[in-house]
Design a protein around this ligand. Structure first.
Ligand SMILES: Nc1ncnc2c1ncn2[C@@H]1O[C@H](COP(=O)(O)OP(=O)(O)O)[C@@H](O)[C@H]1O
Ligand SMILES: [Mg+2]
Length: 342
């Protein structure tokens, strides 16, 4: 097997604020294989965006501090690269669609200017060739009348069209890895579905790996092959999309999966998990989910931080919960099912 394209290992990120140190990422580990779509799911404030920004090398420091850990991309340690070296990768090999599409578009520059900019920065290409490529990319993103659009300003476009332009910008260099942080949150439901369809088609066409972030399982289940579930700065479970619905292990994942009836009927309901994500200034020791956990075991949950690991007898599925660690003899109150190979 070849190395993963992206391998984040035990990443700890803090923010130093006047109120204290926010322990935003508490040992995040996650991988994206070549040609794989990994979905990151979790409630607001769980560290999804901080994980994405860390990978892009875009955390502002201060207040952010990468305390420890590793982010390897295509075999290279990103945390060791100089700004210049990182600039060669970011915006070319790795690109990102941000949570707020308007923030990626400059209102005073034409669409054409903004689309060709990454190409002119990263490729030895003439202006005319860059323009032609930009027009093709707008068309690939489902935008009609691309020639005319090139001379428009972002204000002239609807929200859905802007998001298509933002996607075109992210794909113009044909990246190997696309990071999409809540790419459809600002859009209405019909447009959301169209954009997800578009992303799915484009990722096949361009053979990209994708790390897609959402707080909405219904959105992400349309596209992801594998899932990483985040809670309060930790990845608490990783598994295939199918297992997330059919054989979830972590109590938090089980709650999330219950909020959606099945893969086929993606009716959207809000997860009903009592309580809120804990403060990450002086966070609880032990399992950060303990205070909300419907299946809380006892002192080990409060005292020992469960590590992400593959439970015995289960393949390609990791979980961080004391039901599956040596520290506890407790048997899960639910049946552990394997998912049959297809
Ligand atoms: N610039 C910052 N200063 C202080 N705390 C921050 C900053 N950015 C993010 N955080 C904190 O880090 C945690 C994770 O945030 P984030 O990754 O944005 O969550 P998500 O994307 O999952 O909603 C939150 O507790 C958030 O308050
Ligand atoms: Mg976010």
């Amino acid at each position: 097997m070849t190395d993963p394209l992206l391998e984040i290992d035990d990443l700890h990120v803090h923010f130093h604020t006047e109120e204290g140190t926010v322990e935003a990422l508490d040992g995040v580990s996650l991988t994206v294989e070549r040609d794989e779509v990994v979905g990151v799911i979790g409630e607001s404030g769980c560290g999804k965006s901080v994980t994405a920004f860390s990978t892009m090398g875009l955390l502002q420091s201060p207040p952010a501090e990468v305390v420890s850990g590793s982010i390897r991309y295509d075999g290279r340690e990103l945390l060791d690269l100089s700004d210049d070296e990182l600039d060669g990768i970011r915006g070319d090999d790795i690109t990102m669609i941000y949570q707020d599409p308007m923030s990626s578009l400059n209102p005073v520059l034409t669409i054409g200017h903004q689309l060709t900019e990454p190409l002119l920065a990263h490729r030895d290409i003439s202006k005319a060739a860059a323009r032609q490529k930009a027009i093709e990319m707008l068309e690939a993103c489902g935008l009609a009348d691309a020639e005319r659009l090139m001379d428009e300003y972002p204000d002239a476009l609807s929200g859905g069209m802007r998001q298509r332009v933002v996607i075109a910008m992210a794909l113009i260099t044909e990246p190997k890895l696309l990071i999409a942080d809540e790419p459809t949150t600002a859009l209405d439901v019909t447009i959301q579905a169209q954009i997800m369809d578009l992303l799915r088609d484009l990722r096949e066409e361009f053979e990209m790996s994708v790390l897609i972030i959402s707080h909405d399982l219904a959105v992400i289940s349309e596209i992801a092959d594998r899932m990483a579930v985040m809670y309060a700065g930790n990845v608490v479970e990783t598994c295939s999309m199918r297992e997330l619905f059919e054989a979830p292990l972590h109590p938090y994942t089980r709650k999330l999966a219950e909020s959606i009836p099945s893969l086929e009927t993606s009716v959207q309901r809000l997860p009903t998990i009592e309580g809120t994500v804990p403060e990450l200034i002086d966070p609880p020791t032990g399992c950060r989910f303990a205070s909300r956990c419907p299946d809380y075991i006892g002192s080990e949950c409060d005292e020992i931080d469960p590590q992400l690991a593959e439970p015995e007898g289960i393949r390609d599925h990791e979980v961080a919960c004391h039901y599956y660690t040596d520290e506890s003899d407790a048997e899960p109150p639910w049946q552990i099912q394997g998912v049959e190979d297809q």
